[in-house]
Ligand binder design. Structure first.
Ligand code: HXC
Length: 259
């Protein structure tokens, strides 16, 4: 519906959003941000048949080569500080459905940070990750210093952020930045397979699980464990808990109603 910098489609419980600025290596300008965030919010809140969201980049070179440097280069401090250039990204955190980043090429700067905002990163063997902001005279501003550190640990995050050096897909897998690496030609099929698998399960239960894992990133172990326990027992309020456990006992496949 009227997007110009992204493409969105829903098929069989899986929504796919593609950043569509291949000529700029899918650099994340304000319009991409607004469209991507509003598509995710719409799919999350108003599209019950879309259960999982995949985010990827168009073309075979880039997932996203970062925030749009040309858009930011000449801003004054006051304009940069006051602008809503990056504010929308925070809103992505309110999306309850799982988001899979299918990283098909460069994921640099804001592109790497966008991938890390997603819940699972699936990488093609051509993917490259990095936080090159230091080479531009700035620092990461969409969560890189925080999420990369949580993902790969302090020493490796420091090295990547202080040198701006890129790492390849195999290295990203080895250090735990991505969930898995697959051949480039199979990336989208694998992402859809993964999304479809998750889409089979009870939507509210999937969302509870996602929320609990995110709490692990933000809070202490004690608080996280308390949160998990409450969410765990709250599953008993759902039809899908009765169905899932009932089906096991009756030795049949569960048919979740997503309620
Ligand atoms: C704007 C970009 C861009 C970007 C690439 N392009 N990255 N435009 N913002 N982040 C444009 C180029 O200007 C060029 O446009 C076209 O895309 C193709 O890019 P090339 O450089 O010609 O391609 P290549 O030689 O293959 O090099 C690929 C690359 C390089 C290594 C990925 O493009 C690159 O280093 N890009 C910048 C990566 C980066 O620094 N990202 C961090 C951005 S800062 P023309 O018009 O010349 O054809 C950031 C901060 C986030 O993300 C935190 C919040 C502020």
């Amino acid at each position: 519906v009227g997007f110009s910098s992204i493409e969105a489609e829903v098929e069989g419980g899986v929504a796919t959003i593609t950043v569509a600025r291949p000529e700029a290596l899918n650099a994340l300008n304000k319009q991409v941000m607004q469209e991507l965030v509003s598509a995710c919010l719409f799919l999350d809140r108003n599209h019950p048949s879309a259960k999982v969201i995949i985010v990827t980049g168009s073309g075979d070179k880039a997932f996203a080569a970062g925030a749009d440097i040309k858009e930011m280069a000449t801003l004054s401090y006051a304009d940069a500080y006051n602008s809503s250039l990056l504010n929308g990204w925070e809103t992505l955190r309110t999306v309850r459905k799982p988001i899979i980043a299918a990283v098909n090429g460069y994921a640099l700067g804001g592109g790497c940070e966008l991938a890390m905002m997603c819940d699972i990163i699936l990488a093609s063997d051509k993917a490259q990750f990095g936080q090159p902001e230091i080479t531009l005279g700035v620092i990461p501003g969409m969560g890189g210093t925080q999420r990369l550190t949580r993902a790969v640990g302090k020493s490796r995050a420091m090295e990547m952020i202080l040198t701006g050096q890129r790492i390849g897909a195999a290295e990203a897998e080895r250090i735990g930045l991505v969930s898995r690496v697959v051949p480039a030609a199979e990336l989208m099929a694998e992402a859809r397979k993964l999304a479809s698998k998750i889409a089979e399960f009870s939507t509210p239960v999937v969302e509870k699980a996602k929320e609990c894992v995110l709490v692990a990133q933000e809070q202490s172990l004690g608080e996280g464990l308390r949160f998990e326990k409450r969410e765990f027992w709250s599953c008993w309020a759902l039809d899908d808990q009765k169905e899932g456990m009932g089906a096991f006992v009756q030795k049949r496949k569960p048919a979740f109603t997503h309620k």
